[in-house]
Design a protein around this ligand. Structure first.
Ligand code: NCD
Length: 304
């Protein structure tokens, strides 16, 4: 495998190996300090990012490699009208591997067809975000010890939330995973995902607008931000943005060992008073993201 565009580009065995590698990096970071010496990562971010871009960059530095790139379309030749294909053909001359985020669905796939080095999708519009999914899977394994036999609640913007789409695709490979989809009517999971993944794989799922009624069943609660930048009008965003706000009160009925994940950034959907609850693992999740990206870079560069 040369690129990571969709989480389904990885086999279940490859995901297991990446998680195992990330756990080994966490246990023995010193072994990895020179692994990517003289290698360069390019981060091409046509959309805002804090964690994804900086964790890729930190990952490459911790492997002994170097980083080049840009963090907004306005500072690249995209502003002059250059195509994504020409941009990556150019960057392939300078870097050994590329991580790209783009507001248009499918742009990283187009990039991977033009590039001569591996391309990683770091988020494409409201579509997919496979490296966040690897981060989420590592977090679930480290917190729960398994990826099967789980009831997973997804809450918030399930329509535009690309991290939700990729994580559902990944978790639908494991036995006895049940999905509880909590969102306002307007922000329900797209029907193509229900058809192509949940129904095609005969997964158990329920849809509801009421978080409190389902919270007691959950092993994982995956909260998400309402994706303002994908809305056609501000009024709809303002009406929907505070649909769910997780507070200590609402957690009263939850399992004692439920894990609360969030890809971040958080806006209002988790009260900061939840942060000190031992079930809140979203900042551990951030750290896991760096380690799994280290594992992924090693794999795509075929470094042993
Ligand atoms: C997510 C994204 O960009 O899709 N953030 C991230 O990469 N951790 C989630 C979001 O922006 O809400």
């Amino acid at each position: 495998m040369k690129n990571l565009i969709d989480i389904r580009d990885l086999s279940t065995e490859e995901i297991r190996q990446l998680i195992e590698k990330a756990n080994d990096i966490i246990a023995h970071p010193e072994t990895y300090r020179e692994k990517c010496r003289y290698k360069k990562l390019a981060t091409l971010f046509f959309e805002p990012s804090t964690r994804t871009r900086l964790s890729f960059e930190a990952a490459m530095y911790e492997l002994g490699g170097q980083v080049i790139g840009f963090s907004e379309a306005a500072s690249s030749s995209a502003a002059k009208g250059e195509s994504v294909a020409d941009t990556v053909r150019t960057v392939s001359c300078y870097a050994d591997i590329i991580a790209m985020r783009h507001p248009k669905e499918g742009a990283p796939l187009v990039a991977s067809m033009a590039a001569t080095v591996p391309v990683i999708n770091a988020g494409d519009g409201g579509h997919n975000h496979p490296t966040q999914t690897l981060t989420d899977l590592l977090t679930i394994v480290r917190e729960k010890g398994r990826l099967d036999n789980l009831t997973v609640g997804f809450c918030g913007d399930l329509k535009f939330g690309r991290t939700v789409h990729s994580l559902i695709a990944a978790l639908s490979r494991y036995d006895n995973v049940k999905f509880v989809l909590v969102s306002p009517e307007e922000l329900k999971l797209p029907s193509y995902i229900k058809k192509e993944i949940l129904q095609a794989k005969h997964m158990q799922y329920v849809q509801t607008t009421d978080l409190e009624s389902v919270i007691p069943e959950l092993d994982i609660l995956y909260m998400t931000r309402v994706q303002r930048e994908r809305f056609f009008n501000e009024e709809d965003y303002l009406r929907l943005k505070d649909s769910y706000i997780l507070t200590p009160d609402k957690l009263a009925g939850a399992k004692k060992d439920m894990a609360i994940l969030h890809p971040l950034p958080r806006v209002n959907e988790i009260s900061t008073t939840v942060d000190s609850d031992p079930r809140a693992v979203y900042f551990k999740q951030v750290l896991n993201g760096k380690f799994i990206r280290m594992a992924l870079i090693l794999k795509l560069l075929e470094v042993e």
